[in-house]
Design a protein around this ligand. Structure first.
Ligand SMILES: *Cc1c(COP(=O)(O)O)cnc(C)c1O
Length: 360
């Protein structure tokens, strides 16, 4: 069986050593030493000023919306994981979908301004597959119209754009470190903000609003993460460069098989150091995409239709927009298996099956 992804697991003794520390200290959660160490190492690794480790990437998004006090309408992308949209709705805001650009599959900045109304408070865009959004254009639109910018950077660990971690853009960026993500802590995530006051707000939000044992600074939630999750992150972090390098090689092998056969991949913009977090392929038709999906499944190879259907089609969306580019592309995209232990011969097998199915 070849799944679309398999979590990287560090050598068990390296994880065990960290777990032994937990037993010695008897400190399991609530901002413990391993959580602190992970936050410091992530900030150093990503060259970020501020970062808070959270329960998961969805709570990180919800905390971002709360911290910026967003209300009314939030302009967002229809091409992402469902958590991007559901977090907006969960926080009582209304998602308004701007279409995507066909090359990068990220939000189209030229479609944003027409959607801005007096109810709009923010733009929430996803660096989908770790590919940078048009961050300069988005920032300019936000500035001009007095909007906040939140990036769902769940896929963006390890991508840098113009020499800076992609996680450093926007008022707040959120990360997921779920087991299926490039860098993982089993479950987990992070919020990243450049403004220290905003970070302080996020820190209160993460811990019930606690300001000492019996004082509270506003309403909060439990967005903390545990020593065990931090331990997995600390054990995984030394391998991240190898993990990204291996995925780069695998992606090049897929490219060599598939790209000159008329299959397409989203374009990585210039000035980007890419993280190879996914291998999406865009077929000419939905029929081709489904045929390939089924043919692979027959051989116990499980690709995923990330991200399908378009989030603009969710049944709890009240404000419908037309997003023809997303409607056209989302049904034709398939993410192929990509993980650390994937072998060259497995990639060859997958590509042969794809080309045979399409009769190329
Ligand atoms: C994984 C993911 C999330 C949610 O992260 P969790 O840690 O699973 O809560 C949000 N947005 C995107 C784009 C994701 O891929």
């Amino acid at each position: 069986m070849i799944p679309v992804t398999k979590p990287f697991l560090p050598p068990k003794n390296e994880y065990d050593q960290l777990i032994d520390q937990i037993w010695q200290r008897n400190w399991l959660t609530n901002n413990g030493p391993l959580v602190n160490e992970l936050e410091l190492k992530l900030k150093a690794n990503l060259n970020l000023e501020h970062l808070l480790f959270t329960t998961n990437g969805t709570i990180a998004l919800q905390m971002a919306i709360k911290a910026l006090d967003l209300k009314g309408e939030i302009i967002t992308t229809p091409f992402s994981y469902v958590a991007t949209t559901s977090s907006i709705v969960w926080e009582g805001c209304t998602p308004v979908f701007a279409d995507i650009v066909s090359e990068r599959l990220t939000i189209d900045p030229t479609k944003i301004e027409a959607l801005i109304s007096e109810k709009t408070s923010a733009i929430l865009a996803t660096h989908v597959y770790g590919i940078p959004c048009h961050v300069e254009e988005i920032e300019a639109i936000a500035k001009k119209n007095g909007l906040k910018v939140v990036y769902d950077a769940a896929h963006a660990f390890g991508t840098s754009y113009k020499g800076q971690s992609l996680l450093s853009y926007g008022d707040i960026s959120t990360l997921s470190t779920h087991a299926t993500k490039l860098f993982h802590t089993i479950e987990g995530g992070a919020v990243i903000a450049n403004d220290p006051a905003l970070l302080k707000r996020l820190a209160y939000l993460r811990n019930f609003g606690h300001d000492g044992a019996d004082r509270f600074n506003g309403v909060g939630i439990n967005g903390k993460n545990s020593e065990f999750h931090a331990a997995m992150g600390l054990a995984n972090l030394p391998y991240i460069d190898n993990i990204i390098e291996k995925r780069k090689e695998d992606s090049a092998q897929y490219d060599a098989w598939l790209l000159d056969k008329g299959l397409m991949r989203p374009a990585i913009p210039a000035d980007t150091l890419y993280n190879y977090s996914y291998y999406p392929i865009i077929f000419k038709t939905e029929q081709d995409c489904v045929k390939v999906f089924d043919a692979l499944a027959k051989h116990e190879i499980f690709a995923r239709r990330y991200f399908y259907p378009s989030l603009a089609k969710l049944d709890y969306i009240v404000k419908r927009q037309t997003t023809p580019v997303c409607d056209n592309i989302a049904p034709r995209v398939l993410c192929l298996p990509l993980y650390f232990n994937l072998t060259q011969s497995e990639i060859d097998l997958i590509c042969r099956l794809i080309l045979r199915t399409l009769k190329y």
